[in-house]
Design a binder for this molecule. Sequence first.
Ligand SMILES: *[C@@H]1O[C@H](CO)[C@@H](O)[C@H](O)[C@H]1NC(C)=O
Ligand SMILES: *[C@@H]1O[C@H](CO)[C@@H](O)[C@H](O)[C@H]1NC(C)=O
Length: 385
Amino acid sequence: MAAARRMLRWVVAAAAAVAAALALDNGLARTPPMGWLHWERFLCGTDCAAEPRRCVSEQLFVEMADRMAADGWRDAGYEFVCIDDCWMAPTRDEQGRLRADPKRFPSGIRALADYVHSKGLKLGIYSDVGKKTCAGFPGSYDHYDLDAQTFASWGVDLLKFDGCNSDSLDLLAEGYRRMSLALNRTGRSIVYSCEWPFYLRPVQQLVIGNFGLSWDQSVTQMAMWAIMAAPLFMSNDLRHISPEAKRLLQNKEVIAINQDPLGKQGYQIAKPAGTDRNDDHHFNLPQPKPWVCFLLGRTRTFSCGSGPCSGRAYAVAVLNHQEIGGPQNFTFSLTFLGNGLACNPACSIRQVLPASRDWGVYSWISSLSVEVNPTGTVLLKVLPL
Ligand SMILES: *[C@@H]1O[C@H](CO)[C@@H](O)[C@H](O)[C@H]1NC(C)=O
Ligand SMILES: *[C@@H]1O[C@H](CO)[C@@H](O)[C@H](O)[C@H]1NC(C)=O
């Protein structure tokens, strides 16, 4: 199940990326940003003659913005339309500025930003801390201020800053810092999405709605991203997406867990017997042993809505790592939550994924039995009574 393991590594990368982005206290990205990014689905398609609907072009972003506004994505919270690598012309202009490929972006990025804004959405763009981007286009090295000013003048709202092609780790770290300051100096609010120090595994997009994931794996990705408070960036084709994938990605209860104002990341609270020491507060997953059923309980507190919170509510995800066989029952005591206080004297439990369902009232001595499909996840909310 390499795909799912990769996915879990992305959780870690994504969560750390958002923590880095939060470091500058300018009021941006207080909850995980949500949007759409072209990379994982459309990669570096530059041949618009051969593949007009799949190449990285202004048409692609215009069509995605249209779908985001018309099909409920924007209203569900997905507000950024993000360009990834391969948007640029192969060289800078005479003034040394980055420019979009004139064939694929004939109207330019400024016009695209205006269009995206007219739909009530925001535009994200991509650059790289090194001399070249990962795909070999001009990087921002030695041009941090100029590029930040160029992006601000175009009306860009988010920068994904990649980490390829730096000569040394020091230059890389310094470059990330300098771009952060350069963005700040533009005076424009631009969310800064750092890939560093995870630039070797920049993939952190939701791939639900594409070809690679089964339904259970899709549920797992959505549940894990939610509980990890990871950025929700989809990379799929919103012009062709199944109703099931759309419902999952637009599930209000799941998004509310992801966007919880406390912004706490989930952590692993229970491990299968026979794995190593307890490293709850790190995100190292146990060594994969395909024949073992893993119980991964993840929990985090979230607020109780607008009123004062009488106790802590929790989200709990139970993930079945096993790929083969049928559904497995995992049974655990509720005392693991909040040092036994979460359900003391009682709590109500609601299943959010794979389908919403009220489980009723449980007391603190109850045990919970959760049936989970192979590679699937059951996501629960535990609400104090
Ligand atoms: C720039 O940084 C300062 C200090 O952190 C912050 O108060 C301000 O809001 C930032 N400006 C922008 C545009 O990000
Ligand atoms: C799991 O437990 C429930 C309730 O005890 C039971 O109805 C169900 O058949 C069990 N499923 C499996 C796969 O054992």
